[in-house]
Each structure stands twice: as structure tokens, then as C-alpha cells.
Design a protein around this ligand. Structure first.
Ligand SMILES: Nc1c(C(=O)O)ncn1[C@@H]1O[C@H](COP(=O)(O)O)[C@@H](O)[C@H]1O
Length: 160
């Protein structure tokens, strides 16, 4: 029950969503990627949201641009935690359309929303959720945080 589902509204979102897929694979977490659109494939959306928790998923990452209803609709259907990635799509209003669609959920139906195009953080957050109950993944997160610290400390050495 450690799999992460990474879904997006269109294949055009893949260049952004690839960051989540890459970081999860770096953490050796199994990822299943799919295209699911609330607007264009509503039956697939319903089926995915209703059954993901019976298929070994622990977390769902959902990315979409524009009128980004996908993450919220998945959150309304699924008991699993949903992380939303606002995607700055080609005809967007600077990405604000997607940010606000994903962020401003009604009470009772949370979507953990990351920054615009913040798929990497979505992947790390999903790994942290899994790591809270999995010591091997938790240790990888600890090592990852240590590596971030070392990069910053190294970069500061040049300044002296
Ligand atoms: N926001 C949604 C949903 C949805 O929320 O269900 N389905 C597709 N889209 C978004 O439409 C944008 C343009 O899609 P196309 O590039 O396919 O025209 C994409 O960013 C997609 O996530």
C-alpha cells in the first residue's frame, strides 16, 4: 500500500508533472501515471477516485491547468490524501486560474496544494506521507534533507 498515483488532466501537463515522477522514483517509491480529466473523461475520473484506495495507492498527486477541477473532484471521491499541483498551461491567466481552482476547496474536502508547477514538492510530500509509516522511506527523506543542507553550506564557502 505504498504506491503513488500521479494523474494529470492532459498529456500537455507531463513536462511539469515529470518532476513528481522523478523524485518519487529517486526515493524508490512505485508510481503509476495516468491521464484523467474531470471535464473530458468524467467516467474515468469517477472510477479512478472511487477505487484508487482498493488498488494499493497510498497518496494521489493530481496536476491540472486552467479550470483545474481534477484534484478537487478526486479528493471528493477518494478517502486517500490528494496533493494538487497547479499547472501553468498555455492559455492560462498566468497560472492563477489553476492555483485558485485547486487551492480554494470547501471545508471537509482538503487538497494539499503545492506551488505553481511545484510537482517536485508534491513528490517529496507524497514520500513524506508514506515515510511517516515506513522507516526505509523516512531514512531516505532524512538523507535528502541532509543533502539539501550540505549543498547550501558548500555554496556559502565560496563567499568567504
Ligand atoms: N484542468 C483540466 C482538466 C480537469 O480539471 O479535469 N482536464 C484538463 N484540464 C487542463 O486543460 C489544460 C489544457 O489541456 P490541453 O493541452 O489538452 O488542451 C491542461 O493543463 C489540463 O490539465
Amino acid at each position: 500500500m505504498n504506491k503513488v498515483g500521479v494523474i494529470m488532466g492532459s498529456k500537455s501537463d507531463l513536462p511539469v508533472m515529470q518532476d513528481a515522477i522523478d523524485v518519487l522514483r529517486d526515493f524508490n517509491i512505485e508510481v503509476e501515471v495516468d491521464i484523467v480529466s474531470a471535464h473530458r473523461t468524467p467516467e474515468k475520473l469517477f472510477d479512478y477516485g472511487k477505487h484508487a484506495h482498493t488498488k494499493g495507492f497510498a497518496v494521489i498527486i493530481a496536476g491540472a491547468g486552467g479550470a483545474a477541477h481534477l484534484p478537487g473532484m478526486i479528493a471528493s471521491l477518494s478517502p486517500l490524501p490528494v496533493i494538487g499541483v497547479p499547472v501553468k498551461s498555455s492559455n492560462s491567466i498566468d497560472g492563477w486560474d489553476s492555483v485558485l481552482s485547486i487551492l480554494q476547496m470547501p471545508g471537509g474536502v482538503p487538497v494539499a496544494t503545492v506551488a505553481l508547477n511545484g510537482a517536485k514538492n508534491a513528490g517529496i510530500l507524497a514520500a513524506q506521507i508514506i515515510g511517516s509509516n515506513n522507516p526505509a522511506i523516512l531514512n531516505k527523506i532524512i538523507d535528502y534533507k541532509e543533502s539539501l543542507k550540505q549543498i547550501v553550506l558548500e555554496s556559502a564557502k565560496d563567499l568567504k
